[in-house]
Design a protein around this ligand. Structure first.
Ligand code: AMP
Length: 219
């Protein structure tokens, strides 16, 4: 696409749904719903603006390399990615949840997580988990999983999990309980640093429109 066009990286599901009102405030309307389409590139009501639909964990990578000019990614994903090459101008306060440690109900976490003890942790977020337990002086064996973390303590794969909790319903349905809060998570706008300069006139009004919605909702 030409220099006067914009590519926006988004993931399907929660983030896409919660991004639609922000896009609308910036006058951008997707031509199709990604949930109903298999297309990975979706046009908009602007000839020069398109959306690319990628996995949530891949959004920072597309933006970092300039394959997308900007995107929306959870803070969880950004912490694990490291944020290289990304400008993060705005907390959009969408897809809000908490990164928590959770265990089977009845597991004596207080006793098992004394400084110097050793725990097996299943998680999609190895860096966040390692840093959290290092700060507590607890040794951990991290088992990297890509989904359904809640299963791990139930079948003896791990003592605990580090995962996102929103309503708490998933933990409850699986007889797990949250025992420690690590960090609050929400989605951020991430902009390619070079694109912010070369396409400033296109990107800046969109950032301003997004900021207006965030401010109005927080008021
Ligand atoms: P809940 O049952 O509402 O607490 O949601 C928990 C499940 O949804 C877990 O499997 C989480 O990994 C996932 N989840 C919750 N919030 C988010 C979020 N903001 N982004 C991605 N996954 C999430």
């Amino acid at each position: 696409m030409s220099d006067q066009s914009l590519t926006i990286a988004l993931s399907k599901g929660r983030i896409f749904e919660e991004t639609l009102p922000l896009l609308a405030a910036a006058g951008i309307v997707p031509a199709e719903e990604p949930e109903k389409s298999r297309k990975l590139i979706i046009g908009t009501n602007h000839d020069n603006i398109r959306l690319v639909i990628v996995r949530a964990t891949d959004v920072p990578t597309y933006v970092q390399y300039g394959a997308a000019d900007f995107g929306i990614a959870g803070k969880d994903v950004l912490i694990e990615h490291g944020g290289d090459g990304l400008y993060q101008p705005l907390d959009l306060q969408i897809a809000q949840c908490r990164m928590m440690v959770a265990v089977r109900k009845g597991f004596d976490y207080a006793a098992a997580s004394q400084p110097g003890s050793r725990l097996r942790i299943a998680t999609k977020y190895p860096d966040i988990a390692a840093e959290h337990f290092a700060a507590k002086g607890v040794h951990v064996d991290i088992i990297k999983l890509y989904g359904s973390m809640e299963l791990a303590p139930l079948v003896g794969l791990s003592d605990a999990i580090v995962d996102l909790v929103s309503t708490g319903n998933t933990l409850k349905a699986n007889d797990l309980e949250a025992v420690e809060h690590i960090v609050d998570i929400s989605s951020r706008l991430v902009v390619n640093k070079a694109a912010l300069k070369t396409k400033h006139a296109l990107i800046e009004p969109i950032i301003r429109a997004f900021a207006g919605v965030v401010q109005a909702e927080g008021a």
